[in-house]
Design a protein around this ligand. Structure first.
Ligand SMILES: [Zn+2]
Length: 211
């Protein structure tokens, strides 16, 4: 430390100690965060989340709040605020998945109902799940499960997944008859099936990463 002429280290140290408490109190009253507690936002999280299936892009703001666990809330049009301990990337990811599940529950059932109406295919119930290896499933009772990650597919592929599960309400297997049923409602079936082989690559890497 370099001090001006005539000012001793000792004197400066005492001054700093005297003022430290006062400065802290002022910062508390003004609501200014202690700079010592700031953390840089997690670089493994995105600035924006694109959901092509529903034609939405959400911007993600991070607000560090020490001592509270990560949570996500919607704030204004297409803006998400991630608050809490944003340095805990895994907890942030879990909070974002909870929001994505919510958004999927708000959007995918309506899309399924629309495809059902267009095709005349009848299902009983729809549930949104976090599945690792499947886009969806259909029980013999006509209950359909959809993976929330359908949100990351193109609109064409998302419709294709919904149609696929709806066609299982008439055929449970993947026989030629099943695919003929799908083809009745999907004129570009070959192209869709080829795109589906690469579909998992549309899920963003930050969601798949494990810290
Ligand atoms: Zn299937």
């Amino acid at each position: 430390m370099v001090t001006p002429p005539g000012v001793s280290h000792e004197w400066l140290r005492n001054l700093a100690n005297d003022w430290r408490g006062w400065v802290g109190k002022q910062m508390d009253q003004l609501g200014i965060a202690d700079p010592g507690e700031l953390r840089s936002p997690s670089p493994s999280l995105p600035d924006a989340i694109a959901l092509p299936a529903v034609d939405e892009t959400w911007y993600l703001l991070q607000r560090y709040a020490p001592g509270s666990s990560a949570r996500v809330r919607e704030s204004g049009p297409r803006t998400l605020v991630l608050s809490g301990d944003v340095s805990d990337a895994d907890a942030c990811r879990r909070a974002l998945v909870r929001w994505l599940m919510r958004r999927a529950r708000e959007t995918l059932p309506g899309m399924l109902a629309e495809v059902a109406q267009q095709t005349g295919l009848v299902y009983r119930e729809v549930n949104i799940r976090a599945q690792r290896t499947r886009w969806g499933s259909c029980s013999s009772h006509g209950d359909i499960c959809l993976n929330y990650q359908i949100l990351f597919l193109t609109p064409e592929l998302a419709r294709h997944v919904l149609l696929h599960e709806l066609c299982h309400t008439v055929r449970m297997d993947h026989s030629p008859r099943f695919w003929r049923t799908v083809a009745r409602f999907e004129p570009e079936l070959d192209a869709r099936r080829a795109e589906m082989r690469r579909s998992w690559s549309l899920v963003p890497a930050w969601l798949q990463a494990r810290a």
